[in-house]
Design a binder for this molecule. Structure first.
Ligand code: ZN
Length: 218
C-alpha cells in the first residue's frame, strides 16, 4: 500500500508517542553500553569541528541577542522561585566545598584581583578614601554622613596637589583627620586634609599642634 510522506510521519509520531518509555529506556541502555565510544566520538568531532561550531554559535547568538535576552528575562521572571530554590538547594548540598572553592578561585586569580584593585584605586581615589574613612569613622561613632565621595574629591583637589603640612608636591596622598578620630575629631569636611603619606605617617594620632611643634623642634 502506497503511503504518503505525511502518513508515514504521522505513523512514526504515533509509534514514538505510544512507546515513549520503552524507547527512552532502550536509548539510555544503548548509551550506557557505548558510553566510551560515544565520548571518544564527541572528542574527535570537537577537535575537528569545535572551533567552527563555536564560531557559528557565537554568530548566531550575536544575531539573535535581543530575542535571547527577552527570552531569558521572561524565563527568569516566570521561574524566579524555582531558580531561587534550586540555588538554595545547591548551596546546601555544596556548603562544605563552597568556602574552599571561593578560596581556590581567589588563589588562582589573585594577581588579577590585585591589579584590578590597584587600577580602581588609581581611577577612583575619592571612592576608596571615602569608604575607608567612613569605615573608621563609624567605629568611633564620628560619621555624620555628610562626607561623600564628591566631598573627598573636592578635598583632594583643595590645595592643588600640595601637602598643606610640608608644602611639598604630594606623590602619594592620604586623607588626614586634622583632629584625629581617636581624639574626638569628627569625620567632617572641615576636619579633613589631603596630605602626603609621609606627613600622615609622622602625624599619626597626634593633634595638628603637637605634630607641628614636633616638626619645628626637628
Ligand atoms: Zn607632607
Amino acid at each position: 500500500m502506497a503511503q504518503s510522506k505525511e502518513d508515514r510521519a504521522a505513523y512514526m509520531r504515533g509509534y514514538w508517542a505510544a512507546n515513549k518509555e520503552v524507547l527512552a529506556a532502550k536509548k539510555h541502555e544503548y548509551y550506557l553500553a557505548h558510553k566510551e565510544e560515544h565520548a571518544a566520538r564527541c572528542r574527535e568531532y570537537d577537535a575537528a569541528h569545535g572551533a567552527e561550531m563555536r564560531e557559528r554559535k557565537r554568530k548566531y547568538a550575536a544575531a539573535h541577542r535581543p530575542e535571547f535576552n527577552a527570552w531569558s528575562r521572561e524565563y527568569y521572571a516566570t521561574h524566579k522561585e524555582e531558580h531561587a530554590a534550586l540555588t538554595r538547594a545547591w548551596k546546601v548540598a555544596h556548603k562544605d566545598e563552597l568556602p574552599s572553592r571561593a578560596r581556590h578561585y581567589y588563589e588562582q586569580h589573585k594577581e588579577e584581583y590585585a591589579a584590578y584593585g590597584r587600577a580602581y584605586t588609581a581611577m577612583h581615589p575619592e571612592h576608596v578614601a571615602s569608604r575607608r574613612l567612613r569605615y573608621r569613622a563609624r567605629k568611633r561613632d564620628a560619621d555624620n554622613g555628610a562626607v561623600t565621595a564628591q566631598v573627598i574629591a573636592e578635598k583632594i583637589g583643595e590645595y592643588g596637589g600640595i601637602c598643606p603640612y610640608c608644602n611639598h608636591l604630594i606623590a602619594e596622598g592620604e586623607m588626614d583627620h586634622v583632629v584625629p578620630l581617636s581624639r574626638g575629631g569628627m569625620h567632617d569636611a572641615d576636619n579633613l586634609a589631603w596630605v602626603c603619606a609621609e606627613c600622615n605617617r609622622r602625624k599619626s594620632g597626634r593633634s595638628l599642634l603637637r605634630f607641628m611643634l614636633a616638626r619645628i623642634g626637628g
